[in-house]
Design a protein around this ligand. Structure first.
Ligand SMILES: [Zn+2]
Length: 94
């Protein structure tokens, strides 16, 4: 699995709507790819954050915007991922 494939599957992975075989591929990928680990981590924390605010799920429109944004941030990533791209996604999602 490539980074791009992982990002494309991120939404179904986090929703647990993914084939066991694909889940294994995702887990194998994040075990060796730090960038994807950071993206996955950030996304998971965002979702928990939204839960903590009392909303059960992120509205579909907001979710797709969020994933689109993460995907953009990822594909256009500079040297590090812990920069303004992901912060901006986080800030605007709240
Ligand atoms: Zn990766």
């Amino acid at each position: 699995m490539t980074c791009e494939e992982l990002i494309a599957h991120l939404s179904s992975y986090l929703d647990h709507e993914m084939d066991a075989a694909l889940v294994a591929e995702v887990q194998e990928h994040i075990a060796r790819c730090r960038n994807c680990r950071v993206v996955l981590d950030t996304t998971q924390r965002l979702i928990v954050l939204v839960h903590d605010e009392g909303r059960r799920v992120i509205p579909a429109s907001q979710r797709s915007a969020l994933f689109e944004r993460l995907q953009q941030a990822f594909l256009n990533r500079p040297q590090t991922l812990e920069n303004s791209n992901l912060r901006t996604a986080e800030d605007s999602a709240v």
